[in-house]
Design a protein around this ligand. Structure first.
Ligand SMILES: Cc1cc2nc3c(=O)[nH]c(=O)nc-3n(C[C@H](O)[C@H](O)[C@H](O)COP(=O)(O)O)c2cc1C
Length: 249
């Protein structure tokens, strides 16, 4: 298990080899064994294998190649719809139409997703998460016909790898842990934590490609800009409202 976890790398090129149904069933079952809030299982997995729907999802996911290429696309949703219906049918009045309930269900969905990711990798498959799920939630809701109280929170492209990329860098472990209580970072701490990353040859290349002086600027000015973050925040809040999760009073 430790090897599977520590050997993880995202795969963005997939072969056309199909995923055997028995293997996929085991992977999905492993997803359902994740810890889940109050054992409520307030999530759903939408498994898409058909080319037509995959093409629609591909459009929604900013035309990222792997959505069309990977044989299996799984969309993980925060889902209180099933639980609310169960309550309604069992003389119980649900109070799950608020932001906390969305957040609870989103946590559940993410834990399932990571189990599915690791189980896939344990079977020799490759995976890539798709952050475009939250950016384009409204479109994905329409494509996958998600009802009220269901919101997509992440997606995995799953298939056999057609590439073997190296491990990507990580910050040193000491940079991300705190002993007993949080110890805030001094400017020297930040310099030390990011030193190795910033000295990588691949990062230097990235600066040239992005015409930027620092790696941080690649993030703030090119990859995850304030303007985009505000626009996608507004879109996501609208989706939460529409799907019934913003009755907070
Ligand atoms: C929530 C989430 C969303 C992501 N979205 C994308 C994506 O839309 N496209 C992509 O190519 N990679 C995506 N990734 C993969 C990350 O870029 C990748 O995990 C990171 O660069 C580290 O590389 P590694 O997974 O190979 O270790 C996403 C990862 C996470 C956790």
């Amino acid at each position: 298990m430790i090897n599977t976890i520590t050997e993880h790398r995202s795969i963005r090129n997939f072969s056309d080899k199909k995923v055997d149904k028995l293997i996929l069933d085991k992977i999905i079952y492993a997803g359902t064994r994740a810890s889940t809030t109050g054992n409520m299982q307030v999530y759903s997995m939408i498994i898409t294998t058909g080319q037509k729907l995959k093409e629609q999802l591909w459009e929604a996911h900013f035309k990222q190649n792997m959505v069309k290429q990977a044989p299996v696309i799984v969309t993980f949703c925060a889902d209180f719809n099933r639980f609310n219906k169960w309550c309604g049918q069992r003389k119980a009045i649900p109070g799950y139409d608020n932001f906390l309930s969305f957040f609870t269900a989103a946590i559940d969905a993410l834990l399932v997703a990571q189990n599915v990711a690791l189980a896939s990798e344990a079977f020799g498959l490759g995976i890539c998460y798709l952050g475009t799920t939250t950016y384009m939630a409204e479109k994905i809701i329409e494509i996958l016909k998600l009802p009220e109280y269901v919101v997509p929170v992440t997606t995995l492209a799953i298939g056999y790898p057609d590439e073997s990329p190296g491990l990507t860098d990580r910050l040193p472990v000491e940079g991300v842990i705190h002993s007993e209580t949080y110890k805030d970072y001094t400017p020297e701490d930040i310099d030390g934590i990011y030193k190795e990353k910033e000295s990588l040859e691949s990062i230097k290349q990235l600066l040239i490609e992005n015409k930027k002086e620092t790696l941080a600027q690649v993030f703030t000015d090119n990859r995850y800009t304030k303007k985009d973050n505000i626009a996608f925040s507004q879109a996501l809040l609208k989706v939460l409202e529409k799907q019934g999760f913003m009755k907070n009073e």
